[in-house]
Design a protein around this ligand. Structure first.
Ligand SMILES: C[S@@+](CC[C@H](N)C(=O)[O-])C[C@H]1O[C@@H](n2cnc3c(N)ncnc32)[C@H](O)[C@@H]1O
Length: 372
């Protein structure tokens, strides 16, 4: 049985996970719509009557919402739904972990394997990333109780698709590389003639999305890295299980150690908003350093730049930052990405910074060409 086939919730687990998905969809959808209506029908007119103008920023609007029982209800339901997300995915992971770990160990030790795994035993995980439990995932991305502990990557894999679907961004099974396929499709639209010899998945997480790049460019040498040892270990086993030659590395994105101009294509998915904002400039500079002249960088990330969002959505997003494990979100969203890419050395005409439709939502695609 493959690792992918191994990860199967029982009927009861699947039912509980489906409930959490529906619960999350309700709080993210109809309940947030009610909050937006409350703002338009009462909070905004009251504020205008008092101040003679509309709120200028989310900071001014947050106290208006915080006083409202509907907002208090919404926030406690989001919080509870996030707890349930981890609890219900955790049931499946706890049950299957011994089998997943045994299967992964066999794949990693297989002398005939196609790809490779490069862990860095000297790695010092940088703060504040190291001690942040993104999405409030219990233990976070880096935790391992023993060598070969697959809790963090399996939990992430089990929960992330439920989380995404409840935001209207897809409907995939755990481990399905749908986001990678979407990004590969965007690359082919932006660069139909690009035939990359070397591709890098920058901040690959548990590595399951990287599979899509190996499938999209079967002739290319595919590399992927992440700060998390358990994530890249899991990714390596996952790729080997599918007979794909992918090279996984444990590295820090701010200084990877790959040679200059090593890659024709660099892709990333939801990394920039999940890393400490103070190193964003270093990340973009590193991405550009690693691109060969004529190569393409394409990042896909959250579309929450304030100028794109009405005030109620800015307020609910801000709540996620403060209370729901998204501490790096706001400062990324507030960044002028075009300016940051220019600072990293991309020429104005070569920069990509577009909103791209996805399901019922959209994503922010940004990067650029390194001039030949
Ligand atoms: C939301 S996950 C996305 C992972 C993957 N791209 C995906 O789509 O599944 C963000 C990843 O960025 C990684 N990350 C954050 N800061 C990093 C850094 N400085 N160096 C390397 N990886 C980093 C985290 O460890 C995490 O795995």
């Amino acid at each position: 049985m493959t690792l992918r086939e191994l990860y199967r919730p029982t009927q009861d687990e699947a039912a509980r996970q489906a409930f959490v998905g529906a619960f999350k969809s309700y709080v993210n959808g109809p309940l947030e719509t009610q909050l937006a209506e409350l703002y338009e029908s009462a909070l905004l007119p009251d504020f205008v009557a008092r101040e003679g103008r509309a709120p200028k920023s989310r900071e001014e609007a947050v106290p208006l919402f915080e006083a409202e029982p509907l907002y208090q209800l919404w926030s406690s339901l989001v919080y509870t739904s996030q707890d349930l997300l981890w609890e219900t995915s955790g049931e499946t992971v706890d049950r299957l972990k011994p089998e997943i770990e045994a299967a992964a160990a066999a794949l990693i030790q297989n002398p005939g394997k196609k790809g490779s795994l490069h862990l860095d035993p000297t790695m010092v995980l940088p703060e504040p990333i190291a001690s942040t439990e993104i999405h409030r995932q219990p233990g976070g991305y880096f935790h391992q109780s023993y060598d070969g502990d697959m809790t963090a990557p399996a939990l992430y894999m089990g929960a992330v698709e439920t989380y995404r679907a409840a935001k209207g961004l897809g409907n995939s099974d755990p481990g399905e590389p749908a986001m990678g396929r979407y990004i590969a499709g965007l690359v082919k639209n932006y660069a139909p003639d690009l035939k990359p010899a070397r591709v890098l998945d920058f901040g690959c997480g548990n590595g399951t999305q990287t599979v899509a790049y190996a499938q999209a460019w079967p002739e290319a040498e595919i590399h992927a890295f992440d700060l998390s040892a358990p994530f890249v270990r899991f990714g390596h086993a996952w790729a080997e299980d599918q007979g794909l030659a992918i090279h996984y590395h444990q590295m820090n994105a701010a200084r990877t150690g790959f040679p200059d101009a090593h890659f024709d294509l660099i892709v990333s998915h939801i990394v920039c908003h999940e890393t400490w904002h103070d190193i964003l400039d270093d990340l973009l500079a590193e991405m550009r350093r690693l691109l060969r002249p004529g190569g393409l960088l394409l990042n896909l990330d959250i579309p929450y730049q304030p100028h794109m969002l009405p005030i109620p959505k800015q307020v609910t997003n801000h709540w996620q930052v403060v209370h729901n494990g998204e501490p790096f979100w706001t400062r990324f969203a507030d960044t002028d990405i075009r300016a940051a890419l220019a600072k990293a050395g991309f020429a104005d005409d070569d920069i990509i910074a577009d909103y791209q439709p996805m399901g019922a939502g959209r994503m922010y695609a940004f990067g650029g060409w390194k001039r030949a």
